[in-house]
Design a protein around this ligand. Structure first.
Ligand code: GUN
Length: 300
């Protein structure tokens, strides 16, 4: 069998960014204010600083306004809640992203609950989680949906076209990826199985998957012989491992070289799902701005 076709998430994300940029230009050209994205970073975690900076930079590149709030690590929960209340009340802000993880002395659930659901561009507020959990098959996603899961389903729809009736197995049950991916695949009429670290005979379940989405956070956890020949495999893992030369490299949750010999479609790490997350955040911010203005949801 031929090697798997690689799903180029980087190229798809570039296209999505351009379409969002065109959507912003159209919205602003029609007299709308610039869509605004606020990022909130508590503390100075280097990886989080990089992520937040790239989100703000891309927002500006696409014609949006970016508001960056950097708060010291000792910020109290009360102080953070006050910043969120201020952003909730600010009409120039359409999207609020609180970078996770938060310092341990802050109750993350309480903070996410404080964000106006209409501005919750991460889709983590319980109201939006509930909307996704109760969505009818094929109904429009007219509320914010978590960015990485949205990116996963966009890539699958682009690669496969039609997903209805497919057996989809999701490996991982996190609130960030596994659960919302499963809900999105169910909306697209897949038959969905959610698996996790305690699942009995996981390899056998995975071998039944036409679509295998892996988000378990373990380096090269899914092996080639777990994959059904011709399946579409989406690797959401990002693991940094040391290399012989004292440096490091990124690898996914799927043993890439093995999977490539069996799968029909496969996302690389890096360059697969990763670039989709921030592109979908921009998409969510544009949609949030359009909803405030009473404009309909547009697929871009
Ligand atoms: N930290 C890691 N991933 C994410 C994400 O998608 N959103 C937020 N807010 N924080 C994160």
């Amino acid at each position: 069998m031929a090697d798997a076709k690689l799903i180029d998430g980087k190229a798809f994300a570039m296209g999505l960014r351009q379409r969002v940029g065109a959507g912003v230009a159209d919205y602003v050209g029609g007299g709308g204010p610039k869509p605004g994205l606020a990022t909130v970073l508590v503390g100075a975690d280097p990886a989080s600083q990089v992520y937040v900076r790239s989100k703000g930079k891309l927002a500006v590149e696409l014609g949006m306004a970016s508001f960056d709030r950097k708060l010291p690590a000792e910020t109290t929960e009360q102080e953070l809640l006050a910043v969120i209340a201020e952003l909730n009340a600010d009409p120039a802000v359409n999207g609020i992203l609180v970078q996770l993880p938060l310092p341990k002395h802050i109750d993350t659930a309480k903070v996410l609950l404080a964000i106006d659901p209409a501005k919750d561009v991460d889709g983590f507020h319980p109201v939006n989680v509930g909307r996704l959990g109760s969505i009818a098959p094929g109904a429009p996603l007219d509320f914010p949906v978590p960015c990485t899961p949205l990116g996963v389903t966009m890539l699958l729809q682009d690669a496969l076209g039609h997903l209805a009736g497919s057996n989809a197995v999701v490996v991982g049950r996190s609130n960030l990826v596994g659960r919302p991916v499963a809900q999105l695949l169910l909306r697209l009429d897949c038959t969905v199985t959610i698996t996790h670290s305690r699942t009995r005979d996981l390899p056998a379940l995975c071998r039944q998957a036409d679509i295998l989405v892996v988000a378990i956070g373990r380096t090269e956890f899914v092996r080639g012989d777990w994959i059904k020949p011709g399946a579409a495999v989406i690797d959401v893992g990002i693991n940094r491992i040391p290399t012989a030369d004292g440096k490091s490299r990124l690898v996914g949750d799927v043993a890439f070289a093995e999977a490539q010999k069996v799968a029909g479609y496969l996302t690389p790490v890096p360059g697969g799902v990763g670039p989709m997350t921030v592109a979908c955040l921009m998409y969510n911010t544009l949609q949030a701005a359009r909803r405030v203005a009473g404009l309909p949801y547009v697929a871009v």
